[in-house]
Design a protein around this ligand. Structure first.
Ligand code: FE
Length: 346
């Protein structure tokens, strides 16, 4: 009697489980280092269009790489989405991605915004562009003094410069780019000059730097533009006050252009749902996907035909971007890391 009940129960469970198991086939395991709440809408749109459910693991870039290394062949990761060229390059050379054949990605992502390992074919694609700019205290700093990244080392800015830690990927990529342009020795001299100008020990994220400029604690700082645009878009009076006090400069417009970085994605080396993974990255660079990066997080599209027409972005104005391939910026982080250690940019 008891046995019958159990087997009936088991049978009922099997029946109930079957549709669930089928549904589970339409799944994508996404390892993401993007930390922007507005991405929820992006993922929901993908699921709506494709019926593929997204299981998301979110962590910092380095933590995700560590997890992938540890999981090895058994990793459930299908897509690895990172927020910086330095980390993307690291994942590339460690072979954490696999090669992808996709006419869509070939056509829509410019070659300078991708990376591929010559040996193993470990490959990634930029999906959004971010620009790193200088913000200054309108009341205390003449913008003519801060027209280039090199200017941050000027003696006139002693005790005025704030940045987040040099060890953060956003900073490593910028210092790497400086090294590509100036050569390692000059880049190190520059970095030492910036450190000598610090108003305080590096701390906080980009938004914290902007706020510290508005409060007068710092005279100048570095930030990705979307953090500034977010404050511009905020209806909070205290954010509006910050925006009113801070000016922005597109650095290096007369020379090589403003440093740009990417958020990018690749198919994980051992992806169990490879087709879904390719489809997801293709979705990120579709018109709809690109619009999410622009409208949701004030980033720039990688796809030329998509317009960055948000009022906040229009208010920031046009700029000349550094054409340096982001993969070379990634590679330059090894040297950048040594520079920050030697000059104490921590
Ligand atoms: Fe960010």
């Amino acid at each position: 009697m008891i046995r019958t009940t159990f087997s009936r129960l088991a049978a009922a469970l099997l029946v109930a489980a079957a549709p669930a198991a089928m549904a589970q086939d339409k799944v994508l395991n996404l390892y993401s280092a993007r930390h922007y709440q507005t991405d929820e809408a992006l993922y929901a749109e993908f699921t709506r269009q494709t019926g593929i459910r997204i299981n998301r693991i979110e962590a910092g870039d380095e933590a995700l790489l560590e997890r992938l290394r540890n999981e090895g062949r058994n990793s459930p990761a299908d897509v690895l989405l990172l927020v910086d060229a330095a980390r993307l390059w690291k994942a590339q050379i460690e072979g954490l991605f696999q090669p992808v054949k996709s006419a869509t990605l070939e056509a829509r992502v410019p070659a300078t915004l991708r990376g591929k390992d010559d040996g193993q074919g470990s490959e990634w694609f930029g999906v959004s562009v971010r620009a790193r700019v200088i913000v200054y205290d309108k009341a205390g700093v003449d913008p003519a003094l801060v027209q280039t990244y090199q200017d941050l080392a000027r003696p006139e800015l002693k005790g005025k410069v704030c940045t987040r830690s040099g060890a953060h990927p956003y900073m490593l990529s910028l210092i790497g780019a400086m090294s590509e342009h100036l050569g390692a020795a000059q880049a190190e001299q520059w970095a030492g000059g910036v450190v000598a100008n610090f108003a305080r020990k590096p701390r906080g994220g980009d938004t914290d730097q902007i706020r510290a400029v508005a409060s007068g604690e710092c005279g100048v700082a570095l930030t990705n533009t979307y953090y500034l645009a977010r404050l511009m878009n905020s209806t909070k009076p205290q954010d509006q006050e910050v925006v009113a006090r801070v000016g922005m400069v597109w650095p290096n417009q007369k020379t090589w252009g403003t440093h740009v970085n990417v958020s990018g994605a690749g198919v994980a080396r051992n992806a169990p749902n490879r087709d879904h993974a390719v489809r997801f990255i293709e979705f990120l660079v579709s018109d709809a996907g690109q619009r999410h990066f622009v409208d949701g997080n004030f980033e720039w599209p990688v796809v030329k035909s998509v317009k960055a027409d948000k009022p906040e972005l229009a208010a920031l104005g046009q700029f000349k971007a550094d054409p340096l391939p982001v993969a070379s910026i990634g590679r330059a982080q090894v040297g950048a890391s040594k520079i920050i250690d030697r000059v104490g940019w921590r």
